[in-house]
Design a protein around this ligand. Structure first.
Ligand SMILES: Nc1nc2c(c(=O)[nH]1)N[C@H]1C(S)=C(S)[C@@H](COP(=O)(O)OP(=O)(O)OC[C@H]3O[C@@H](n4cnc5c(N)ncnc54)[C@H](O)[C@@H]3O)O[C@H]1N2
Ligand code: MOO
Length: 394
């Protein structure tokens, strides 16, 4: 089987499943979700001409005063009587200006003696310290576009626009399966022949910044029947992810088990390093992603395939990780027939690839804050060359 280019494999993976249906979610739970519809303001903001300061509402044309303070306006009250010439209204931040006033004299700039109010100087322009009705937005104004990923600021805007719930893409459910007779649970004793299973906690951490629910189904032994049963059980989820058992060894049961469970494989083996034995397909209503077992390979393929799939199902229309250009601090060798995704970090003099690029080298991987993408067939690069990098952020 020939190796599939990374971009083709990403496109095929995303084509395997449509975004999940939208659901109406209370605003307090909408952070990081993708909007499923355009959002329009249901109210004017501010709802009236409001004071931006604590002080007195007056008529600016009477700037020299003095005024007679006859009323009080505070936030949460709407029925303030209209003022006559020569009258002022005590007012607090966020309160509506009475009819007949058009400016705020802040209290630090005035002297009050009983009901008599005198400004310290006579200059006051209309609109001073006033937030006019609808100056933030008017009812009917488009506020947010479908497919935006909701930020804290956008949530504030939607709430002030009158929305208590928003239509957002549903949270994909992701079932994780770790395969291998050699694996024990994190923190469990590791007698000779055993090692702690790190892939599921790593993937859960990778997904923690995305709106999704992770179900860790634990460690499955290298056994066709056990793996087949585990896959059938996992098919309740929207996405099934396995790690390990993806290669061609005698104990690599994931592909035969996937077939035995009734799955349809869409592609296998990608032209990338690390991550070559990646596979994807459909099993029932779930999309299946089989990641290689090496911890670094699982991390890189999790970043380039699993996270985009989750974003796509959750409603993102640009689910692939952004690629940016950056300057190399040190030379890099040529690449062969696969794209290289080098673990690297952004140093003071540019991008530095970590010392070991072995797909089992977790100590080196843990130093990385970006991946350098080097296409197959690249010539050697020297310090100062520009390269593509993928920042390792959610
Ligand atoms: N003859 C060939 N051998 C291999 C090829 C090949 O093309 N021909 N491909 C190599 C490549 S590339 C990779 S990547 C690995 C992937 O192998 P598997 O997906 O089958 O992974 P395993 O054999 O199950 O495990 C590999 C390695 O990773 C450790 N591992 C597995 N799961 C976990 C886990 N949850 N936490 C921590 N570490 C884990 C496992 O113990 C092995 O050391 O195949 C190459 N071989
Ligand atoms: O393609 Mo493998 O993931 O190099 O170790």
């Amino acid at each position: 089987m020939s190796l599939m280019p990374v971009a083709d494999a990403q496109a095929r993976l995303l084509a395997l499943a449509a975004p999940l249906p939208a659901e109406l979610v209370p605003v307090a739970a909408c952070a990081g979700r993708w909007l499923a519809a355009d959002i329009t303001a249901l109210r004017d903001q501010p709802w009236a001409d409001l004071s931006a300061m604590d002080g007195y509402a007056v008529r600016a044309s009477e700037g020299a005063g003095p005024w007679h303070v006859v009323a009080t306006s505070s936030a949460g009250h709407a029925d303030i009587p209209a003022l006559q010439p020569g009258q002022a209204c005590r007012i607090f931040t966020g309160a509506p200006l009475p009819a007949g006033t058009d400016a705020i004299l802040i209290q630090e700039n005035a002297t009050r003696d009983g009901d008599r109010l005198t400004p310290h100087d006579g200059t006051l322009s209309p609109g001073r310290h006033v937030r006019p009705l609808g100056s933030d937005f008017r009812a009917g104004t488009p506020l947010l576009n479908a497919s935006s990923r909701l930020t804290p600021g956008q949530i504030a805007l939607a709430v002030l626009g009158g929305h208590g719930s928003l239509p957002v893409g549903a949270r994909p459910r992701i079932a994780l399966l770790s395969t291998g007779n050699e694996l024990v649970a994190p923190g469990a004793p590791t007698p000779p022949g055993y090692l702690p299973s790190s892939n599921a906690p790593m993937l859960a951490a990778l997904l923690a910044a995305l709106p999704c629910d992770v179900i860790d189904l634990g460690i499955v032994p290298d056994d066709l029947a056990a793996m087949t049963q585990a896959l059938e059980q996992a098919a309740q989820a929207d996405i099934i992810v396995s790690t390990g058992g993806a290669s061609v060894g005698d104990h690599d049961y994931v592909r035969p088990a996937f077939a035995a469970a009734g799955g349809t494989l869409d592609f296998y083996k990608i032209a990338m390093r690390p991550g070559k034995p990646l596979m994807a397909g459909r099993l029932g209503n779930a999309t299946f992603l089989g990641l290689p077992g090496n911890p670094v390979s699982a991390f890189v393929t999790g970043t380039l395939f699993l996270c985009p799939l989750v974003r796509h199902l959750a409603g993102s229309r640009a689910p692939l990780p952004p690629v940016v250009q950056a300057r190399l601090a040190a030379p890099l060798g040529a690449t062969a027939e696969r794209d290289d995704y080098l673990r690297a970090y952004r140093g003071a003099d540019g991008i530095v690839s970590v010392t070991s690029q072995d797909s089992a080298a977790t100590a080196a991987m843990a130093l990385a804050d970006c991946l350098i993408r080097r296409p197959a067939g690249s010539a050697p690069a020297i310090a100062g060359d520009m390269v593509d990098i993928i920042p390792l952020t959610a």
